[in-house]
Design a protein around this ligand. Sequence first.
Ligand code: MN
Ligand code: MN
Length: 315
Amino acid sequence: MPITRQNASLPHTGIATFCKAAYVHDWNNLSADVAVLGVPYDGMASMRPGCRQAPRAIRDASARFGWLGKTEGSAGFFDLAGNRTWMKGVRLADAGDVDVSLDAERTRELIRSAVSELRRTGAMPVVLGGDHSITFPVLQTFESSGPLTVVLIDAHLDYRDTFLGLRFSNNSPFRRAHELGFIKQIITVGVRGIKSTDQEYRESLSHGNLIISAEQVRDQGVASVLESLPTDLGNYYLSMDIDGLDPSIAPGTESPEAEGLTFTEAKRLLRGIGARGRMVGLDLVEVNPYLDHAELTQHIAVQLTIEAIATRFAA
Ligand code: MN
Ligand code: MN
């Protein structure tokens, strides 16, 4: 008697991939609009490590939205406030993880080669970190998309030249990105707290970057903040540090800062930015499941990532 297997339909069944999309191990067979890639590396977490567990935790949480991951094309999701459907027809694949090393430099090489290969398939990479140091090697692969705007949602600037003698920690990815030459401007939204230094603030501004604090978003409102941005961002890469959100809704992160963005603010920012440019890739970093409560952070991380992906395909 042949064994008949059912499709894994309940959210918690099957091996967890992002939104239950097909796992594609051999990228020669990858044919998708969006490919999710995990980078389970937290070697630069200086105080409370654990975000290496984020790709698995986020995939696990994303099983709630399994209908979005259909290989032949997503059914999309209905936004009842806006009375519209997003992401319909988008083909999503899960490309697995970068096989990271314990060595930081080797890990950066592995990230670069993985993202380069993934980009060659034509899919937009959606990278799940990992600590924020993983963004720089990802960005290095985007030279062909330059001049590139970088949109960063973060409580911190991550723009230090060095940190404890290191040039490639999670305190410096955007400083290194600026030095690449094909990054037009870095727009950082949600900055607050007492960790960013006046030096990195002044240096970032002197390099022509834009810094919008969380207080500015609150005081001016999202619409006014969006109006202050360039009307045409061109190609842009979106990097989302989960600590950009308020720790009351995203507590599972190494460096929580009060006065953070609400989910509504972040979602409206993403949509407004999406209307001003063409997203070529995105990442979501610094989710630490060990510091989480009730899996709140991994669940909100999934929803933020889905909202961000959707803005790329808003007709
Ligand atoms: Mn941060
Ligand atoms: Mn960061």
